[in-house]
Design a binder for this molecule. Structure first.
Ligand SMILES: Nc1ncnc2c1ncn2[C@@H]1O[C@H](COP(=O)(O)OP(=O)(O)O)[C@@H](O)[C@H]1O
Ligand SMILES: [Mg+2]
Length: 259
């Protein structure tokens, strides 16, 4: 039985802060380190993993699992062949059809409570029984019910934030009113940073500690290469020597060490 498995929710206050990019590449970084990884798209209002991972169709979606119409094994897609000399990479996708987005947006609290039960059950079915080392949740921004469920179910919340003023303020509020409330271990990723970090990011460390009062997991500059790739590249896999990949490898290492 696997006892060190960990559930990580990647969240943010605003959209477009890099949650999906960071989730996918962190999952790939862990898989490259020989880990058994599951990556879930819990952004049911704007699903993006299916497109990003170029999966044309799926017989079962996470929507079906949360609806209670299928078990999790049916949803899992094995994408291990995309990762070279690594561990395992499974994904669970959100249904990107307009109908499915409308359907899940109209769910009531009772449904959401049952969905939380299904998310919590994953610790047993995936971590304990399937030996998954890391289950990563890519979430919707802000206070969506589905994101709160993802946060409640996780061991670690990674908050992707930019230097945008409204993002900083919103992130600060969420730290106090959401993650702290649920007593979640929370770490920050400063993404799309324009000024190059100096002195191995020590000034940033202090700044983050001062503003957010939680540890800084990493600093990610804004890379033109990422924009140029237009969502077509999993850097952690296809560009192993790219500085972005190295930063993600370092984050995976930090998370692994703090297990
Ligand atoms: N560090 C970065 N440098 C350049 N572009 C980035 C960076 N992080 C994210 N992006 C781009 O910003 C856009 C939004 O990222 P995405 O991961 O979809 O955000 P979210 O999932 O939080 O909405 C994408 O086009 C992505 O490639
Ligand atoms: Mg996203």
């Amino acid at each position: 039985m696997n006892v060190v498995g960990k559930i990580i929710a990647v969240h943010s206050y605003k959209g477009g802060t890099g949650k999906t990019l960071l989730s996918v590449n962190l999952a790939a970084a862990f898989a490259k380190r020989g880990k058994r990884v599951c990556l879930f798209d819990l952004d049911f209002r704007a699903p993006s993993l299916a497109t990003l991972l170029k999966v044309e169709k799926a017989d079962h979606w996470l929507n079906d699992y949360l609806n209670g119409t299928c078990e999790i094994d049916k949803v899992l897609m094995d994408l291990t062949d995309r990762i070279h000399n690594g561990g395992k990479l499974f994904v669970g996708l959100a249904n990107p059809s307009t109908e499915a987005i409308r359907d899940i947006s109209a769910k009531d609290r009772k449904w959401e409570m049952r969905a939380l039960g299904r998310l919590l059950a994953l610790r047993n079915s995936l971590l304990d029984e399937k030996g998954i080392d890391y289950l990563i949740f890519d979430t919707s921004p802000g206070l969506q019910y589905s994101s709160i469920n993802a946060i409640v179910s996780s061991d670690l919340v990674i908050v992707a934030t930019t230097s945008d003023r409204s993002d900083v303020d919103g992130t600060k509020r969420m730290l106090k009113e959401l993650y702290e409330l649920f007593e979640k271990k929370t770490e920050i990723i400063l993404n799309k940073v324009l000024e190059a970090p100096t002195r191995s990011g020590k000034d940033f460390q202090a700044k983050v500690k001062d503003i957010y009062q939680v540890p800084l997991l990493g600093i990610v500059p804004c890379f033109c290469d990422i924009l140029k790739a237009e969502g077509n590249t999993i850097f952690a896999e296809e560009k192993p020597d790219h500085p972005f990949t190295r930063i993600l490898d370092e984050m995976a290492n930090t998370i692994e060490k703090s297990a």
